[in-house]
Design a protein around this ligand. Sequence first.
Ligand code: 5GP
Length: 173
Amino acid sequence: MRDRVTPLLSEAQIRARVQELGAQIAKDYAGKDLVVVGLLNGVFPFFADLVRAMDLELEVGFMQVASYGGGMESTGEVHILKDLDKSIQGRHALVVEDIVDTGLTLFKVRNLLTDREPASLKICTLLDKPSRRKIEVPVDYVGFPIEDHFVVGYGLDLDGKLRNLPYVGIYHP
Ligand code: 5GP
């Protein structure tokens, strides 16, 4: 599997960009009651690096939604597998995602969380594939916009594997 991956973003590139994002977010939320909501599973390395780059008092929470039935194409269906275990009502929520592709996952998650009446709701993603969007969803912080490639590593999987690659690479089937 690993021999089918060509590097796209190096560990050093990711590290530098995550530090920038963390600093920007910390500045934007200074003095606010912030809950950072990670979308499992793919977000785990990015999330851990990002919150540690925020010099800020904050809380973390996690949700898990399923959008891909395994394989490389979105099914368009989004199921909530694990819900957030804390209230965001009247608080500032920042949803953190690994990659925005069609936008269907975030659209659904955004509606669901908006119904809970947070003081604000913003979205941060490490990677964005704007050319693949099927539905408009505002993304407030983007690590790297990328072309339409299927990428793996730094949390992103192929059928559950390759999440532990320390860099992001393009998978060639
Ligand atoms: P969307 O709902 O925006 O189409 O898809 C979001 C989810 O699809 C991501 O959280 C991720 O799990 C998966 N996904 C989209 N593009 C890629 C990709 O290039 N590589 C991998 N590994 N997963 C992707």
